[in-house]
Design a protein around this ligand. Structure first.
Ligand code: CO8
Length: 265
């Protein structure tokens, strides 16, 4: 069977440009990278392997071809489901596994990111969008509604008034509109989408790894915890980082006016 997901962990290059950056490609371009159950399993497995791989520090996720990041769950597969089959198989629980990936995850979105594809992009920590990117939750047009975070994450990202309109009409949001509403980190020329996401990933991969994991976890708590609990979580994480060699190295390097060498410990 053709792999549904391609994973590239670049070997350290002579220039060191992409050290620590892994690229994961959703590879079903003939159906606009629609996410069937087998693909979601392969994707979550691949992300979890990279999460445990010391050579990988940041993951970029994109779709094969130039037409889509992912046009949603595979409608042909979804069409024959029942509440019982969905409950018993519970294939969408894998979404929670993606949320638990500890390393930064950057979605590089060209073309369509619809339904489950939009939800997948929003599950990532950042979205780099090409100018041709189109985001949307069109499930309403299929007689259903978002089921993997669309009503929750889109609302948190762009606010209730806008999310409500998109979820209830299925309208697509272009890259510039998505940027204006805070859904994406940046918009770049379409062909530059993956290179720009890799470049952003490389800048993060060059930061002290333990602090990166802790900072990602803390920012994500901001969406889930009341402010006081979030501030408490942040403060404790901050204190704990003073136990790392990288904290000592980072502050020593500043005083000695040199570049730090991170140990990841
Ligand atoms: N599922 C299966 N096949 C798809 C999907 C999809 N989501 N999207 C596109 N395809 C297939 C088409 O059937 C077509 O295949 P074929 O050539 O064999 O007919 C091929 O991809 C190319 O698509 P089109 O010919 O339709 O291309 P167009 O440029 O005319 O249109 C669109 C592009 C507008 C993106 C159109 O394909 C479309 O509307 N697609 C469906 C989008 C959609 O409704 N997505 C939501 C799906 S439901 C969902 O995601 C629920 C998520 C719940 C949990 C998520 C867990 C994964």
């Amino acid at each position: 069977m053709t792999p549904l997901v391609r994973v590239t962990l670049p070997a350290p290059s002579a220039s060191g440009d992409l050290d620590g950056v892994a690229l994961v490609v959703i590879d079903r371009p003939d159906v606009l990278n629609a996410l069937d159950f087998a693909l979601i399993e392969a994707l979550t497995d691949a992300l979890e392997v990279l999460d445990r791989e010391p050579a990988c520090r940041v993951i970029v996720l994109t779709g094969a071809g130039d037409r889509a990041f992912a046009a949603g769950a595979d409608i042909k597969e979804l069409a024959v489901q029942s509440p019982t089959s969905l409950t018993v198989d519970d294939d969408f629980h894998r979404w929670e596994r993606i949320k638990r990936i500890r390393k930064p995850l950057i979605a590089a979105v060209r073309g369509f990111a619809l339904g489950g594809g939009c939800e997948l992009a929003m599950t990532c920590d950042m979205i780099v969008a090409g100018e041709d990117a189109q985001f949307g939750q069109p499930e309403i047009k299929l007689g259903v509604m978002p089921g993997a975070g669309g009503t929750q994450r889109l609302t948190r990202a762009i606010g209730k008034a806008r999310a409500m309109e998109l979820v209830l009409t299925g309208r697509m949001l272009g890259a510039r509109e998505a940027e204006a509403h805070g859904l994406v980190t940046s918009v770049v020329p379409s062909e530059a989408t993956v290179p720009a996401a890799l470049e952003l990933a490389a800048r993060i991969a060059a930061m002290p790894p333990v602090a990166v994991l802790a900072a990602k976890a803390a920012v994500n708590r901001a969406e889930e915890l009341p402010l006081e609990a979030g501030l408490e979580f942040e403060r404790r994480s901050f204190y704990l980082l003073f136990d790392t060699e990288d904290q000592k190295e980072g502050m020593a390097a500043f005083r000695e006016k040199r570049s730090p060498t991170w140990r990841g410990r």
